[in-house]
Structure formats: structure tokens, C-alpha cells
Design a protein around this ligand. Structure first.
Ligand SMILES: C[S@@+](CC[C@H](N)C(=O)[O-])C[C@H]1O[C@@H](n2cnc3c(N)ncnc32)[C@H](O)[C@@H]1O
Length: 245
């Protein structure tokens, strides 16, 4: 039986329960995912991905986008850097949308999508020039394993990049963000997607994710070097990047 947030706080879920809930929620919200992202972030999500793409090495020719979802980051990378991208996700329905969007932009020759789990990436070591993940790592109960996997498949000198939401440090902003996430997001989410639970999961997953400094430490623990953390939009989101030695 899957847990529900009403009955059981997220930090008490087992790994299996968490994965099952993430898969169910992602499957439910897929048709509305892009619209809700734009609405709820006031289009900041687009800007955050563009910022990430600006940090992708310009000479990269092959990039892996983990937890690619509907392909927004993969598409933005190919459009800006010209590199080939492979997007990986464990929810096929999200990648169906990604394929449609990619085809409509004439980019199918440059971007491909493959089913796979971030914890066990189906690629040989040192294949990619960079590996990215946007708004995905927070949903993975064992982020260290996923980060280690991303580092494994990137060539020495290449980058691992993680874009993720967080709670801002400023107490007033933090309180406002908490109120917005807990009160407005579930209502808008339910109105558009019909799944209030999905958008109650969002604040919980952000609140229970690593602090940006802890994520920086995790980059070091998996052996990444020259680690940098960029706070975006008053620290609502962070881009972390590290280099494979
Ligand atoms: C919030 S969406 C982010 C999608 C996209 N990267 C973006 O920027 O909008 C999170 C995605 O992570 C995927 N995901 C979560 N855990 C995963 C895992 N262990 N392996 C692969 N994909 C995973 C989900 O299926 C979902 O598509």
C-alpha cells in the first residue's frame, strides 16, 4: 500500500514507498506538468534551466540529462550548445511528451530518450562530456548513489550539474515560500491536474531535501572537485556543479 502524505510524513517513508509515490505522482501530472511548472514558478523555471545551460561546457558534444521528464533541459541544451543529448527517466509517459516536443522543434536527430533509473544508469563509464539533472535529485531517496552514477558516466574534466529547489535562508522569504508552497501550490495543482496530493508532496520533498551546503559536501563525497553552488532567485533554487577529476 502506498503511503499518503496526510497519514505519514515523508521522512518516515521507506525507499520503496517513496519511489512508488514519485512514479504515481509523475504519471498523474504528466499532461499538466509543463503548464504547472510555468505557472507555479512564474516562468522562473525556464530562466533557471537557461542559467544551467550557460554553464555547460561549450565544447561538449554528448550530454546526459538525468530525470529528463518532459525534456525541457535536454531541448534547451541542444538549442544553445548544439550538443547531442540523451535524456533518461523512469516514467515513460513523461518521455512521450519529451519526444513530441523534441520532434516539433526538429531536434530528434540530436536528442534521444531512454528508460533508466538514476541509481543505475544504463551507460558505460566516462561516456559523456557532462551530466545534468534538473528538479530530479530531490525525488531520489538516495541522492548520493545518483550523483555517484552521474560522476561515473562523465569523462575526466567533464561536469556534473544539479539544478534543484531549496528553502531560502532569509527567514521572511522562507516563511513566505513555505506558506506559498503549503497553501497556494496544492490548490492550483489540484485545480489544474486534479491531484492535490501531488502538489502536497512538492513542499515536503523540498523541505526534506539536503540543504545547499550539504549538497556541496555530497559532491565532494562522490569525488567531484572544483564544486560551485550558485543561488538563483534569492536562493529559491540552486545550481551545483562539480568537475570529474
Ligand atoms: C520534477 S520532474 C523534472 C523533469 C525535468 N528534468 C524538468 O526540468 O522539468 C522529476 C523527474 O524525475 C524523474 N525521476 C525521479 N526519480 C528518478 C529516478 N530514480 N530515475 C530516473 N528518473 C527519475 C521523474 O520520473 C520525473 O520525470
Amino acid at each position: 500500500m502506498e503511503p499518503t502524505l496526510e497519514k505519514k510524513p515523508i521522512y518516515t517513508w521507506t525507499l520503496e514507498e517513496r519511489v512508488a509515490v514519485v512514479k504515481r505522482i509523475v504519471n498523474n501530472v504528466t499532461p499538466h506538468y509543463d503548464l504547472l511548472n510555468r505557472l507555479m514558478s512564474a516562468r522562473r523555471d525556464v530562466w533557471w534551466r537557461r542559467f544551467t545551460v550557460r554553464k555547460v561546457p561549450r565544447n561538449a558534444t554528448l550530454i546526459l540529462d538525468v530525470a529528463t521528464g518532459t525534456g525541457d533541459l535536454a531541448i534547451e541544451i541542444t538549442r544553445s550548445v548544439g550538443a547531442e543529448v540523451i535524456g533518461v527517466d523512469f516514467v515513460e509517459k513523461m518521455m512521450t511528451v519529451a519526444r513530441e516536443k523534441t520532434a516539433s522543434q526538429g531536434l530528434m536527430g540530436k536528442i534521444s530518450y531512454a528508460a533508466g533509473d538514476a541509481n543505475c544508469l544504463p551507460f558505460r563509464s566516462q561516456l559523456f562530456d557532462a551530466a545534468t539533472i534538473a528538479f530530479g535529485i530531490r525525488n531520489i531517496p538516495n541522492p548520493q548513489t545518483a550523483l555517484r552514477e552521474m560522476a561515473r558516466v562523465v569523462k575526466p574534466g567533464g561536469k556534473v550539474m544539479v539544478l534543484e529547489m531549496t528553502f531560502p535562508r532569509n527567514m521572511r522569504l522562507r516563511k513566505f515560500f513555505q506558506w506559498y508552497l503549503n497553501n497556494i501550490i496544492p490548490i492550483v495543482g489540484k485545480f489544474i491536474s486534479g491531484d492535490a496530493g501531488a502538489y502536497r508532496y512538492l513542499p515536503d520533498s523540498i523541505q526534506n531535501f539536503l540543504h545547499p551546503d550539504e549538497l556541496t559536501d555530497l559532491f565532494g563525497q562522490v569525488g567531484l572537485v572544483s564544486v560551485k553552488a550558485y543561488p538563483l532567485t534569492l536562493g529559491l533554487t540552486y545550481l551545483h556543479e562539480g568537475t570529474v577529476p
